[in-house]
Design a protein around this ligand. Structure first.
Ligand code: G4P
Length: 511
C-alpha cells in the first residue's frame, strides 16, 4: 500500500535573528534541493539589503515576488515547502502568522552570539503551537562561543532538552570539519575557500580535545528521541556553516527523516486530520499584489485536508458563499510534473479582491472553522491624525482594510475620536503611511499615544461591565468589536490583572 501523498510533505520555516545567516542557509538548502533557479531570487544579502531605503523595502514587501514567499523543492520523493518568514528588523505579525502554517522550524543561531532577542520571540510563537525545532548553530568557520556554552544557553533560555547531532572539529582558524556523531564521519573543508565540497573522512581520529568534548557531550545530554522532538520538548542541534556549505545536507536529511508530515489542525468542530477527504485550509497571509490600482491580493492558504483541484469551489468562513478557485497559484518543485492538484501541507495562492482575510477558513462544505491563528499584542502604539479632517470615512475604511490584511491592528477608543494603530515592528508604520497615501489618498501622520501596550479582555458580561465603569478611558474595541484594555505600561497591566482576577488580560487573541 502506498502512503497518502501528504505523508511526503515537509512544510517548514527558518527562524533567526537578523544576520545569523537565514538567507545564506535558505539559498544553500534550495541549491541542494535542486531549486537552483530560485536561489537567485532569495532576498539580497547583507550590505545590499541594508543599503536599500525604507521605501524600497516597502516596495519589496508589497511587490515581493510571490515565489520567494513559498519555496518548494523535492528530494528522495519528499516535497519540501519552505515558507519565508519575512522580516529581519522589520518583522511583523506576518512573520508570526506564517509560523501558524508550518509543521516544523529550523532555528538558526550565530555561533558567536547564541540566542538573540528575535530568535527568542519567534521561538515563543513556535512554542505556542508546539512546533518542533531543529537548531542550526551557524558560522562555525569563524571563532564562536564554546559548544557547551551554546547548548546550555538553548536549554536554559528556551527550556528545551538539547541533543547535539554533530560536533565541530575546531572553530574559526582551527576549523577542521564537522563530525557526524551517529556515524563518526567527518566532513572536511577543501580548497582555498575551505568549503565543504564533498570530502568525507570515515573513522578518522579526532584531536584529543575534541574527543574529550564529545565524550562529555554524550554523557551530558539526552539521546535523540524523535517523539520528544516532535512534541516540541527536545531540539536536535547541528553545527555548521551555511556560507561554507557545512551541515546543510544534514539539515535536509533531518527535516526529511524527523520533521513531522502535515499535522492535524484544531478547529471549532474538533481536530481535522490531513487524510480527511473534504478540502479545507486556512489563510495565513495576504499580500497586496503588484498593481496598486486594482487592490488585487494574493491570499496564501495552507491546505489542511483533502486534495485540492484547480477550479474547485471553496467557501471562505468570512464570506459564507462559495468562490471558485480558478486561477490558484500552485507552488511546484522544479522537476515535478505540472499538476493541478495540491495536497495537505502545500500552499496555494488565491488571487482575490480583498474578500479573503488572514485567519479565514476555506472549506468545501463550509462546516469547519480553524482556530489558533492569533493576533499579537502590539508593541508600538500610535495615534492617527488626519491632515484633512473631511477624510474620516476613507481613513476608517483604510484602517479596517489594512488591519484585515494584518498590516496593522486598529483600536477604536470608547471615549474620544482618536484612533490608535498598533504594530509589532516599526516598518509596519512606514508601510501604513505610504499605503494610506497611495491606495486610499489619505494623508495622515502618526503621533505618540498615551498607551504603551494593549491586552484583549475576556470575562463574563458583569465583570466586563464593572471593569468598564472604572476604566472607560482605557477601553477600546478592535476591528471585530472585541474589548481591549489600553495600558500605559506593563506595570499597569499587572496591576489591573491583580485587581481583576475574574478577567483575563491576553497578549494574543485567537480568531
Ligand atoms: P540573515 O538572512 O539571517 O540576515 O543573514 P544572511 O544570510 O544575510 O547572513 C548575514 C551575514 O553573515 C552575511 O555577511 C553572510 O555572508 C554571513 N554568513 C552567513 N552564514 C555564514 C557562515 O556560515 N559563516 C560566515 N563566516 N559568515 C556567514 P555580510 O557580510 O553581512 O553579507 P555579504 O555581503 O557577505 O553577503
Amino acid at each position: 500500500m502506498t502512503s497518502a501523498p501528504h505523508q511526503s510533505r515537509r512544510t517548514f520555516a527558518i527562524i533567526s535573528h537578523p544576520d545569523a545567516g537565514k538567507t545564506t542557509l535558505t539559498e544553500k538548502l534550495l541549491l541542494q534541493g535542486g531549486a537552483i533557479h530560485l536561489a537567485g531570487q532569495v532576498k539580497a544579502r547583507g550590505q545590499a539589503r541594508r543599503a536599500r531605503s525604507d521605501w524600497m523595502k516597502i516596495e519589496q514587501q508589497r511587490g515581493i515576488s510571490v515565489t520567494s514567499s513559498v519555496m518548494t523543492f523535492e528530494r528522495d520523493g519528499i516535497t519540501f515547502n519552505l515558507l519565508d518568514t519575512p522580516g529581519h528588523e522589520d518583522f511583523s505579525e506576518d512573520t508570526y502568522r506564517t509560523l501558524t502554517a508550518v509543521d516544523s522550524a529550523i532555528m538558526v543561531i550565530d555561533a558567536a552570539k547564541g540566542i538573540e532577542p528575535q530568535t527568542r520571540k519567534l521561538f515563543e510563537v513556535c512554542r505556542l503551537r508546539s512546533v518542533p525545532i531543529i537548531t542550526f548553530v551557524n558560522k562555525v568557520d569563524r571563532e564562536g562561543r564554546a559548544c557547551f556554552d551554546l547548548l546550555d544557553e538553548v536549554a536554559d533560555m528556551l527550556a528545551l532538552d538539547v541533543c547535539p547531532m554533530s560536533w565541530p572539529v575546531g572553530m574559526g582558524g582551527q576549523f577542521e570539519g564537522i563530525l557526524d556523531i551517529a556515524t563518526g564521519r567527518i566532513s572536511r573543508p577543501e580548497g582555498p575557500s575551505k568549503e565543504y565540497l564533498g570530502k568525507v573522512d570515515e573513522g578518522a581520529a579526532l584531536p584529543e580535545a575534541v574527543a574529550e568534548e564529545l565524550e562529555l557531550a554524550q554523557a551530558g545530554y539526552p539521546e535523540f528521541d524523535v517523539d520528544a522532538y516532535r512534541g516540541g520538548d527536545l531540539t536536535p542541534v547541528y553545527f555548521g556553516s551555511a556560507l561554507k556549505n557545512f551541515g546543510v545536507t544534514e539539515l535536509i536529511d533531518a527535516i526529511e527523516r524527523f520533521a513531522p508530515p502535515p499535522r492535524p489542525q484544531p478547529s471549532e468542530q474538533g481536530t481535522i486530520e490531513p487524510d480527511n477527504k473534504e478540502v479545507t485550509g486556512f489563510i495565513f497571509k495576504v499580500q497586496a499584489n503588484m498593481d496598486p490600482m486594482h487592490r488585487d491580493r494574493i491570499a496564501f492558504m495552507r491546505l489542511v485536508s483533502g486534495t485540492f483541484k484547480r477550479g474547485m469551489k471553496l467557501t471562505p468562513s468570512g464570506l459564507g458563499k462559495p468562490i471558485a478557485v480558478h486561477s490558484p497559484i500552485l507552488f511546484f518543485a522544479q522537476d515535478r510534473e505540472i499538476a493541478d492538484n495540491a495536497e495537505p501541507g502545500d500552499i496555494i495562492g488565491i488571487p482575490n479582491h480583498g474578500t479573503l482575510r488572514v485567519g479565514d477558513t476555506l472549506s468545501e462544505r463550509n462546516d469547519v472553522r480553524f482556530t489558533g491563528l492569533p493576533n499579537f499584542a502590539p508593541e508600538i502604539l500610535r495615534r492617527v491624525q488626519l491632515k484633512d479632517p473631511t477624510k474620516t470615512k476613507q481613513l476608517r475604511k483604510a484602517l479596517d482594510d489594512l488591519s484585515e490584511e494584518g498590516v496593522i491592528q486598529v483600536f477604536y477608543p470608547e471615549i474620544g475620536s482618536q484612533w490608535i494603530v498598533g504594530v509589532v515592528g516599526q516598518l509596519q508604520l512606514d508601510v501604513l503611511i505610504s499605503r494610506l497615501e497611495a491606495e486610499y489618498k489619505v494623508e495622515a501622520v502618526l503621533e505618540g499615544s498615551p498607551f504603551d501596550t494593549a491586552r484583549w479582555l475576556k470575562g463574563d458580561d458583569k465583570a466586563l461591565r464593572d471593569f468598564a465603569e472604572f476604566n472607560k478611558m482605557n477601553l477600546a474595541r478592535d476591528r471585530d468589536g472585541d474589548p481591549v484594555f489600553m495600558a500605559r505600561s506593563a506595570w499597569d497591566v499587572n496591576y489591573q490583572q491583580e485587581r481583576n482576577p475574574e478577567l483575563t488580560f491576553s497578549a494574543t487573541k485567537e480568531r
